[in-house]
Design a protein around this ligand. Sequence first.
Ligand code: GDP
Length: 429
Amino acid sequence: MAAQGSCTVIVGCQWGDEGKGKIVDVLAEGVDIVARYQGGANAGHTVHVGEDEFVLHQIPSGILHEGKKCLLGNGVVLDIRQFFEEYDALIARGVDLRGRVGVSNRAQLLFPYHRLLDNAAEDSAAQKIGTTGRGIGPAYEDKAGRRGVRVADLGNTEKLQERVHIAQDRICRRVEQLGAVVTEQLDMEMAEALALGDRLLALGTDVGRDISRALLDGRRVLLEGAQGTALDLDHGTYPFVTSSNTTAAAAATGTGIGPTSIDTVVGVVKAYTTRVGEGPFPTACDPKMDEHIRALGGEFGATTGRPRRCGWFDSVLARFAAQVNGLTGLAVTKLDVLDTIPELQVATGYRMPDGTVTDDFPADTWSLSGVEPVYQTLPGWEQSTCEVRKLENLPANARAYLDRVAELANAPVHWISVGSKRSQIIEVA
Ligand code: GDP
């Protein structure tokens, strides 16, 4: 029988930090279930509700809407201590979580030894990736290496001890080879993590089954990605990427549903571009504009506080993202950040080191470092858009800018965000 509900994927189309949290928060209003499909505590969504600010790392931001069910799929790597820190902090702030959070029994666990290795590896690397130091890479390595420990394993004490012991031992040896020291603190942290096992197991569920049944019952589901397309393990600027597939197809594998269950894919882009961490960034602004946009947009990482590099809108990347993700529409965020800038640049293509111009996003990351963007200059609108709620009330130049973005990205704009508040959104009919 065909599914009768609706299933929407929200995916970042740049290098992460596109404001997905805000878009998920807005769209969560109209759904019954929100599920995360990849990543771990390296993601940080900042959501503003009234005067309150919530930073969520692992629990989907849909949790801030009363009564919505929030699930973590098998594609995530779950840091138990951090998860319950976030869980308990939400309860302490009055959010009712009873019966609302479920964790896939197939999700991988991220342990303190993964963090230890992440930091030891990054500290000693000649070529740094710019990781968040949360252990995500090593946890996915253990998953692919078939050494990982999954939520369901928490129910089998003997097997659990054995698997943890093997994985921990191997990682500690690697940490020491890298010249770092393993202290007793690791044992303490491991004991803390494992003590939370039963509590996590109680939230364990079959997420794929839950979502499929909900769709058959006519319910609406939102699948939420972390990071962005250019950080996808296969399609991003490898090796300066995250260790999972961030793109829309991973929403199926990362939750346990089939791709035909997904009907809508919303790609989130900022009206400009930012990048945190190392790696090529073709449309980076000159230092003065970089600093200016960073200050206007508050471009500092939600997880690490690191300043983000700021650049112009990159339609080569956006077009690539539209193709890789099969976007049905775009959500353009932070349009208001450009309100005071008199002249805007949009990259329409890249001039390659050999002088040829391409529309395609290059697979070769090293040549991506040498490309010169081909820019089109568009006039700014130099007036505030923060209070605008209807497309026709946007300044003409802002509409022209968005039209050009849609044309170049090859995807229609369905949502425009003009501020961090829930109400600061324009739905394009
Ligand atoms: P995410 O990981 O993709 O959700 O992105 P972050 O949470 O790291 O960054 C988004 C930041 O921008 C948050 O502080 C949001 O409150 C804020 N934000 C989201 N949309 C808008 C917008 O349209 N305008 C402004 N000024 N801020 C926004």
